[in-house]
Design a binder for this molecule. Structure first.
Ligand code: NCD
Length: 291
């Protein structure tokens, strides 16, 4: 089994992952269950949280995480992605975790691998483990996901986080509102996406970074301008439900999409998300390694 998309999972598997990850967050410590297994990390795009939490998760399960330093690899000598995949497959890893800038590239590699492949972000397509850890964070905080209203704000067009979260949260019975500047909204977004409307009364507000590396044209905004028009400020957060919480998948740009004081606000669950990332990736690796 591979985890390429939220669609790769049945409802039972999603429930099982949320339960297992929740147990891991409470139990702490490690396990030797997968001693002797090897998990390869192949990251073509920058990462702090996803790469390290996958590595930490593998280690906590007793497996050995091995990361290819892509910058120093034969990819720089003109090897194709398919040949890199065949090469890594010949070494017999027990799982491959992969991030790449092109939509669908992880699914293509999965076709060439004998082991489970986990999508750690493919272009603007999907980032399923991020959505799963966000769902875990919301479920732990509210005790449920069904009936919650979640505003996802920022660069929706380029966000694999938004795409996976929308699929997962809607499957779990939440209402998702998307908002952002018009050039950063997907073509199929019905009804606009003004941030003030999206945030009003929401139970949770998830802010996203502008993916400037994926923009064809610069936005032309001056410092502070984005925050005032589309960012999460204290005033804007005050329009959400009184109990509202703030999420951000990271990396955040303080003073751009999120005000400094919100990032460090008691209602920010951002570091809880990071901690839950290890637990959820342990649960996901456990599901795939035991299959
Ligand atoms: C995101 C990503 O790479 O998709 N980060 C993450 O994995 N937590 C979001 C981003 O880069 O803005």
């Amino acid at each position: 089994m591979d985890l390429l998309s939220i669609d790769s999972l049945t409802d039972e598997q999603i429930d099982g992952l949320l339960e297992t990850a929740d147990l891991f967050t409470r139990r702490g410590g490690g396990s030797t269950r997968y001693a002797g297994r090897i998990v390869f990390n192949l990251f073509y795009e920058n990462s702090t949280r996803t790469l390290m939490s996958f590595a930490a998760a593998a280690a906590r399960l007793g497996a050995v995480p091995l990361t290819l330093p892509v910058e120093q690899s034969s990819i720089k000598k003109g090897e194709t992605l398919a040949d890199t995949a065949r090469t890594l497959n010949a070494m017999g890893p027990d799982a491959l975790v992969m991030r790449h800038g092109e939509d669908g590239s992880v699914a293509e590699v999965a076709q060439l691998m004998d082991c489970p492949v986990l999508n750690a972000g493919d272009g603007t397509n999907e980032h399923p483990t991020q959505a799963l850890l966000d769902a875990l964070t919301l479920r732990q905080h509210f005790g449920r996901i069904e009936g919650l209203t979640v505003a996802i704000c920022g660069d929706i067009r380029h966000s694999r986080v938004a795409r996976s979260n929308r699929k997962l949260l809607e499957r779990l019975g939440a209402t998702v509102r998307l908002a952002g500047p018009p050039p950063l909204l997907p073509d199929d977004l019905p009804g606009g996406g003004a941030i003030d409307e999206a945030v009003r009364g929401a139970d949770a507000v998830m802010m996203l970074r502008i993916q400037r590396e994926r923009l064809a044209e610069e936005l032309g905004d001056s410092p502070g301008e984005y925050l005032a028009s589309y960012g999460l400020t204290v005033e804007r957060l005050a329009q959400a439900a009184p109990h509202a919480v703030v999420l951000h998948p990271g990396p955040m740009n303080r003073g751009v999409e999120i005000a400094d004081e919100i990032a460090d606000h008691p209602r920010s669950l951002i570091l809880r998300q990071v901690a839950n990332g290890v637990a959820m990736r342990m649960a996901v690796l456990d599901l795939l390694l035991s299959a």
